[in-house]
Structure formats: C-alpha cells, structure tokens
Design a protein around this ligand. Structure first.
Ligand SMILES: [Zn+2]
Length: 56
C-alpha cells in the first residue's frame, strides 16, 4: 500500500479523538468538528471517499 490510514484521516484536534467535547459542569456533547467520529478526513481521504461514493 502506498497510502496509510494516517494519510486519509487524522485524529480530531478539537476533541482529541474522543468524538465528544467535555464541558465543565455540563454533559458531554458530540464533537461538531468530526461529527462524533473522532477523526477528520485529510484532503486525500476526502478525494478517496468522493471517488468511492461516485463509483459505488
Ligand atoms: Zn472531534
């Protein structure tokens, strides 16, 4: 493989990969940055995803 998972997605910096935002005195909320996935697609990841969706 010439591409690795690190090339496709990154750990979300907003929630540190947890998928939820912890707020003091409040309930955990789903991270809006990554939609609760904990990872964010890189440009390469988005390109691949777009390609796959197009040809499925
Ligand atoms: Zn996040």
């Amino acid at each position: 493989m010439s591409i690795s998972m690190d090339d496709l997605e990154l750990s979300c910096w907003e929630c540190e990969g947890k998928g939820v935002i912890e707020q003091e005195g409040k309930q955990q909320t789903e991270c809006p940055k990554c939609d609760g996935k904990g990872t964010i697609l890189t440009a390469q990841g988005q390109t691949l995803l777009h390609f796959i969706k197009k040809h499925l």
